[in-house]
Every structure is written in structure tokens, then in C-alpha cells.
Write a protein of this length. Structure first.
Length: 646
């Protein structure tokens, strides 16, 4: 039942299924890499979706598009900023990202002079150029959920959802029966006067904002949408045979009478006052593609935005789409990869997992070229066995993609589950497997992955934590060179110097029962003999850094690690604690330098907020929670200033 509830909450996103293995490769079946097929024009597109629509429509319409997914864990302004431009990584820390040269949006951003925070429906702007922070301005964002932010010069680009609301005086129609009514919102904010930040444009998009990547001032935004223009009917409360037949016939008629506008996502661009500047389809039919095997009616769209131009009438030009559901986004400076999945009706799933998915569970990965300052261009597709954990499961190195996957997802774990690392190479429009190594963590699933150069590190877990070291120097013959089994697991891995790796996760008993947050320092200088050389354990604790790497801070100049922490035990205070823990890394050792909290850190008071992010500017360590911004001395961790969010 726990698995079924998790599936319903997630919208039942399952990986695309292949027809089966072809040949053996390193002990793991080689998979056919079916590329995407472009549509010739809108007539071709409409014929495709109508045909499959009539095949799949039911008395309850078309399954899919369940909307946003929520996971459990949710002064005066005068004065000039410093004339000298601070240097990232030297004068201030940046967002913790996966790939050098590819920035990622987050809820807190700084350029070393200003600090921006997205908190409880407001954007706060602070001056952090001096010896203490000053709040200089704030902006109420309205009835929207801005999840992420990009800072570029005197502009901030906010990304999120519009809670089903939309532009114009009329609300969304409530008589349209569809679960796909999510509306993404991109909001451009002018920071020229930091005391009075101003919304200058809003771009509304049909669908759910998934993620974005930024390189050289160019933003690639990925949105997943489900057709919302189809006015289906349900059988109603009667629910009898006649009602179902009538609803089915009506819904088939809706499909037959549908137009391109009913299937393709829409966009509306407004200025700051709400005046519509442009609107129309989010992408052209000829810019859309579909997999060789039908993968649902969701449209995955990649938009390209130039931050120098901002949100203009040409913002959606060159958008490219894939008719498939997808969740996982990874990017290198040259490529953007999206792992696509197909939607399965949760009601049908309750009857049992389809045999083809049990036996040949695969994920399809699509590569888009982003090497130029032009719109993303689709290049190739490939498949890997099983399910990807997150963006760290993919990594591009020297033109090849390395992927770590488990052949059974969390909600369908089996004693036979195992994981594999596959190397893919682009050949004639396909991502073709050129090498793989399997057999990792039999009966377990992946909990963390980190690729670094010619080496990959994979953590699997069920009762103990095997840390596998994978040699990828020869793409055709990757091999496991070392393995370390210890209690517990790491959910996030971070390089902390030559031959050193830091893991953030959970301590556990020999039987696999988790006991609290654990920071582990690994010596991986000998690939054949990885060793854990020190730990810091916090009983009954959990950290946001376990599932969101943006919450993790490693400030190398001071050997400082800061992670959010919430405990229900007495280790950090009677009755529980919510704040952050600071750990110093010195040589081969870790030691707990102290804790930080906003208020007294009591769980009862601070659990809804808690410290979410930490960063360094100059000699100060900043921590951000739902309640305020605190500056602490970088050396002593003593309080310097506290500014509540008001």
C-alpha cells in the first residue's frame, strides 16, 4: 500500500519500455537506441495525436498530467555597492552545482554584493557588500509559487508555477475536465533600484516547470505539459454501464473534433502591468518530436532564453518538444539531456505491474545540443536499463554520456534488483551503448552517484552501504575496481580535495534501520581500496542536503561544510533541533565546529521553516530560513547580524 500511495502522489511516472534486449554487453543486455521522429507539419502532428487519442481515450478521458508533484521533506536603501567586482569561489560561494560552467537556479542567489532570497511568496534583496548585511528591498510576488531563481546583472529571472491561475481577467475554465491545468510562470524582475525591485514581464506557459540550466547567460528551461483543450466528460455519480458508454462516446467525439490548439501548449507574455505583449503556441508542430514507441500525450518542451534580452516577444522562438513525460534533467556546457518516462494509470497499476515493465524496465534519454547561443537542437536518443535516481545519474565526459541506473525503482524493489553503469556514444542520431558494467548492489538500489573525470562512485543500499568505485577510463570496458561496505548510506557525494569524497546520508544498523544523519569522509585515492576515514553522526537527524544538493555548502578555503539539520532527539538540544550543523575538514579528520539556528532552534517553533541554505560572502557565513537571514563570523560562528523576513 505504501508503494501504491507513492505512485499516486507521483502521477505514476514510469520509464519508457523497450521491446527487449538485443545482444549482451559486459553482462548487461544491450538496448536498442530508438531516436525521436520529427513531425512534418501540424497535419502530421494532429493525425498522430488523434490516432493515439482514439486508441487510449476512456470514459474518464486521457490519463496523465497530474500537475505539480510535492515530495515530503516543503533599513534605508541608499549607498553604493563596492566598485571592485567580487570573484566567485574566492570572495563568495555560489550555488552548489553538479557541472562546472553550468549554473542551476535556486531559492537563494548572490553575486558577492547582493543576496536575493525567495521566501514565502516574496523576493528579498540584501546588500552584503559591507561588514554586516542590510535589507534594501522586497517584492510581493502574488498568488504564485516561485520555486527557483536566476541572477544575471540587474535582472532576476524567477521560475515556478501560477497555482492554476493565469493571465487575463478570466480565470481558467473549471468545466474543462483535465488534470493537466498546471501553468508555469517565468517572471523577470528589474533590480536596477534594489530598494524597489520591479516585475517587468511575466511569461505564462501551459504545463509544469521541471528545471533549468544556465551557461554563458543563456537559460534552457524545461517544461512538461499535458493537453488541456479537450473538454472530456466523466460518467458522473451514476457510474453505470450506460453512463460509461455515453461518456466514452462523447470523449471519442472530442478527440475527433480536436484541433492543434487543443494539444499544443500555449504561452502568454505580459508586461509588468498585465498588458498582453504576445501569445500563441509554445512551439511549432514541426519542432516537436515523438519516440518510435508511443510514450503518452505529455509534451516536454525546451525553451532557450537570452538573459541579456530578458523575456521578449521572441522568447519562445526555437522551442523544441518531445511527446513524452520526463522528470530528470542534466546538462553539460555542450549538451542538455532529459530522461523521459511514460505515464501509467494508477488504477491499472493496482491490478499489478505489467509484465513487460517488470522484465524490461528502461529509461529513454534524449540529447539536445546547447553548445551555441542558439535554441536547443535535438540530436539523439538512447536507452539504459532501469530507473535513474536523479540528475547525478547522468554525466557527460569527453563527448560520451555515462549513466547509472537500477533495474527496479524504489516502489518496485525486488531481491533481484541490481544496478549498472552504461556508457553511451552518439552515432548517426542515436546514443549507442559502447560499454557497461553491472551487478552493482544485488538486491539493492542506488542512493547516490558522482562521476568525476574517469571515475564514477555509486552508492547502493538495503542493509549496508556499498560504495563502488568504477573505472571509466576505457569507455568500452568500464570496471568496478573497489568496493566498501559500511553501515548506513550516503545520499549525496561531494569532492573535497584530491582523493577525498564527502558523503551526506544516514547512519544505520547492520539490519538497515536508519539512526540519524551521518557525514562520512572517504579516502578514494586508491581506486582498489576505498576507505572511510572519519564520520560525524547526529542521532535522529535528517538533512535537506540528502535530497537537494543546493542545501549543501563546502567552502574549500576554510575547509567548512554546512548542512541543514533537523533532529527529534536530544543530541543538539532537548526535545529536538532545527537549524544547521557546521563541520570542519582538516587533513583526514572531520570535527563538528558548531550549530546554527534561527531563534532557539526548538523543533516545535522552527520545524515549518528551518535553515534552508548557507553561503559565504567575505568573512561572513550567511544562513537563510523561512523566517530570516543571519550572518555569522566565518571563523567562530558567532552571531553578527539577524534580519527577519518582514
Amino acid at each position: 500500500m505504501r508503494a501504491l500511495r507513492a505512485l499516486a502522489a507521483m502521477g505514476i511516472l514510469l520509464a519508457s519500455c523497450t521491446s527487449g534486449p538485443v545482444t549482451g554487453l559486459g553482462g548487461i543486455p544491450q538496448l536498442l537506441a530508438g531516436g525521436l521522429q520529427p513531425f512534418d507539419d501540424c497535419e502530421d502532428f494532429l493525425s498522430y495525436v488523434k490516432g493515439h487519442g482514439l486508441e487510449h481515450v476512456t470514459a474518464w478521458g486521457l490519463g496523465g498530467g497530474w500537475g505539480p508533484v510535492f515530495f515530503d521533506a516543503e533599513v534605508a536603501a541608499e549607498g553604493e555597492f563596492r566598485a571592485a567586482q567580487p570573484t566567485a569561489g574566492v570572495d563568495y560561494s555560489t550555488t552548489n552545482i553538479q557541472t562546472s560552467g553550468v549554473d542551476e537556479p535556486d531559492i537563494v542567489k548572490t553575486d558577492g554584493e547582493r543576496l536575493l532570497a525567495l521566501v514565502r511568496g516574496r523576493l528579498f534583496v540584501f546588500d552584503v557588500s559591507g561588514s554586516a548585511p542590510r535589507k534594501v528591498g522586497s517584492l510581493r510576488l502574488g498568488d504564485v509559487w516561485m520555486r527557483d531563481m536566476v541572477l544575471h546583472g540587474d535582472r532576476a529571472l524567477l521560475l515556478g508555477e501560477g497555482w492554476g491561475g493565469g493571465p487575463g481577467p478570466e480565470p481558467l475554465r473549471r468545466d474543462v475536465v483535465s488534470h493537466g491545468g498546471s501553468i508555469s510562470l517565468l517572471m523577470e524582475v528589474d533590480l536596477t533600484d534594489p530598494s524597489d525591485p520591479e516585475i517587468v514581464r511575466r511569461l505564462y506557459l501551459d504545463g509544469r516547470y521541471l528545471s533549468a540550466r544556465i551557461a554563458d547567460g543563456i537559460v534552457r528551461v524545461v517544461v512538461s505539459s499535458f493537453p488541456v483543450g479537450l473538454e472530456f466528460e466523466f460518467p458522473g455519480e451514476r457510474g453505470g454501464l450506460q453512463a460509461k458508454r455515453e461518456a466514452l462516446e462523447h470523449n471519442r467525439g472530442v478527440i475527433r473534433a480536436s484541433t492543434v490548439e487543443d494539444w499544443v501548449p500555449h504561452h502568454v507574455l505580459e508586461d509588468g502591468d498585465g498588458t498582453v505583449l504576445a501569445e500563441g503556441p509554445l512551439l511549432d508542430c514541426a519542432s516537436a518530436h515523438h519516440p518510435t514507441e508511443f510514450a503518452g500525450f505529455d509534451m516536454l518542451t525546451v525553451l532557450t532564453l537570452d538573459l541579456e534580452e530578458g523575456l521578449s516577444a521572441s522568447a519562445t522562438e526555437g522551442s523544441v518538444g518531445v511527446l513524452s513525460a520526463g522528470e530528470t534533467v542534466y546538462a553539460s556546457p555542450e549538451s542538455l539531456y532529459v530522461a523521459t518516462q511514460r505515464w501509467i494509470d494508477p488504477i491499472a497499476f493496482e491490478r499489478g505491474m505489467p509484465a513487460d515493465l517488470r522484465e524490461d524496465f528502461t529509461t529513454q534519454i534524449h540529447r539536445f545540443d546547447i553548445s551555441e547561443d542558439e535554441p536547443a537542437t535535438y540530436r539523439s536518443s538512447g536507452r539504459v536499463p532501469g530507473w535513474l535516481l536523479n540528475q547525478f545519474s547522468m554525466d557527460e565526459h569527453e563527448g560520451r554520456l555515462r549513466v547509472a541506473s537500477t533495474d527496479s525503482p524504489e516502489f518496485w524493489a525486488t531481491q533481484k534488483a541490481e544496478s549498472v553503469v552504461t556508457v553511451l556514444e552518439e552515432r548517426a542520431g542515436a546514443l549507442v551503448p559502447v560499454g557497461s558494467v553491472g551487478g552493482l548492489g544485488e538486491g539493492e538500489r542506488i542512493y547516490a552517484v558522482r562521476f568525476m573525470g574517469d571515475v564514477g562512485y555509486v552508492v547502493t543500499f538495503r542493509q549496508v552501504d556499498p560504495l563502488y568505485v568504477v573505472d571509466l577510463s576505457d569507455p568500452a570496458t568500464p570496471a568496478v575496481t573497489g568496493e566498501l561496505k559500511i553501515p548506513g548510506y550516503s545520499a549525496y557525494l561531494h569532492p573535497v580535495g584530491e582523493g577525498r569524497l564527502l558523503g551526506v546520508g544516514q547512519d544505520a544498523t547492520e539490519g538497515g534501520l536508519t539512526r540519524g544523519t551521518q557525514l562520512s569522509l572517504f579516502d578514494v585515492s586508491d581506486p582498489a581500496d576505498p576507505r572511510r576515514i572519519d564520520t560525524v553522526k547526529i542521532a535522529d537527524g535528517s538533512s535537506e542536503a540528502e535530497w537537494d544538493h543546493h542545501a549543501f555548502l563546502y567552502w574549500e578555503p576554510e575547509g567548512l561544510v554546512v548542512v541543514p539539520i533537523t533532529t527529534w532527539g536530544d543530541e543538539l538540544g532537548g526535545g529536538g533541533f532545527s537549524g544547521a550543523v557546521a563541520v570542519r575538514l582538516q587533513g583526514d579528520g572531520l570535527w563538528k565546529a558548531g550549530t546554527l539556528s534561527h531563534g532557539d532552534g526548538a523543533v516545535g517553533e522552527w520545524l515549518p521553516g528551518g535553515i534552508r541554505r548557507s553561503l559565504v560572502v567575505g568573512d561572513l557565513l550567511y544562513t537563510v530560513s523561512e523566517t530570516g537571514l543571519e550572518a555569522s563570523d566565518l571563523q567562530t560562528l558567532d552571531d553578527v547580524a539577524w534580519i527577519p523576513f518582514r
